[in-house]
Write a protein that binds this ligand. Structure first.
Ligand SMILES: [Zn+2]
Length: 309
């Protein structure tokens, strides 16, 4: 046992600390403390400083032959715990007993978007980045700001879309009715005008949905088809990566194409529906009514015939 070891042993006992307790305060094993005390290992200068602080003495006192106690100003040594990593955002050291977040920061092009999740069990989160508490707070508030901004934008767009859609539907419905009105007077057969009036409803609805979706940019139809296409082409997701700008552009272009395609498909369906509606109102409904009228006439004739007899 050398002087240093003796001194460490002496001051540790004087302080009433077990080797485990001292080890924990220094973030080293209790075995290492015992090795220092036996003189089989030498603690670093940094460790000596820390020990002196814990014992409330000067560092030199630990090295002296006849340890003369020199009680210094008592500094409170706060154990920081094991160093577990550095903040992926600002590079600050993070210790086990600090508050920290684990997750990943996701950045999207255009506006900065950052996402993070909080966890406090390092064993659960291998492979994730560490973030210091300040950075976590900042990221969370940035996220909130971003979401609020997005929400307000969406709200504004929604009200715009509603107004635009209603105006468009009135224009569509009105123009259909106007044509029907003109046809009623210009043609000899008013049934064409009835068909046009019926179709104006479809036109109105179509105009509404077109303007509404154009303003809101709600491309759920395109997205659905895009999803199917993604399933179809196995290599698609690799080519269309949302992370790089080119991928975003490609993504947008393909979505736009599908958007147009779906609109064409929808308009064809609507046209077919209009034709069917027209057929029904032109042939089926009037002919059924005619048949009914004829039947009534026959019945009437029979009734009057009976009376006459
Ligand atoms: Zn940080």
């Amino acid at each position: 046992m050398n002087n240093l070891g003796k001194n460490i042993h002496y001051y540790r006992n004087k302080k009433g600390l077990t080797s485990e307790q001292l080890g924990r305060l220094l973030s080293v094993s209790s075995d290492l403390i015992l090795l220092w005390e036996k003189g089989e290992r030498l603690p670093s200068e940094e460790m000596l400083d820390k020990m002196a602080t814990i014992f409330g003495i000067e560092t030199d006192a630990l090295k002296q032959e006849n340890a003369k106690e020199k009680v210094t100003q008592i500094r409170v040594y706060k154990p920081r715990g094991k160093l577990i990593g550095v903040c992926a955002r600002c590079g600050k050291s993070i210790y086990a007993n600090d508050k920290y977040g684990i997750g990943s920061v996701r950045k999207t092009t255009g506006h900065r978007q950052e996402q993070i999740q909080y966890h406090y069990d390092p064993s659960e989160n291998e492979g994730y980045d560490y973030f210091c508490e300040d950075c976590c707070q900042e990221i969370v508030s940035l996220n909130q700001l971003h979401h609020e901004e997005k929400y307000h934008k969406m709200e504004r767009r929604l009200s715009k879309a509603r107004i635009g859609g209603v105006i468009a539907s009135i224009v569509g419905l009105g123009s259909g009715l106007l044509i029907a009105f003109l046809l009623y007077f210009l043609t000899t057969d008013p049934r064409i005008a009835y068909v046009c009036a019926a179709a104006s409803l479809v036109l109105g609805y179509y105009a509404f949905s077109l303007v509404y979706t154009l303003i809101i940019r709600s491309d759920w139809i395109a997205k659905t088809i895009y999803g199917f296409a993604k399933m179809g082409y196995k290599s698609f997701p690799r080519h269309v990566s949302e992370r790089d700008a080119q991928g975003v552009l490609k993504n947008f272009f393909i979505a736009f194409l599908f958007y147009i395609a779906t609109y064409l498909a929808v308009s064809i369906v609507l046209a077919v529906l209009t034709v069917i509606l027209g057929m029904i109102s032109m042939f089926s409904w009037p002919s059924a009514k005619l048949k009914h009228l004829r039947k009534m006439e026959e019945m009437e004739a029979q009734l009057y015939g009976q009376k006459a007899q």
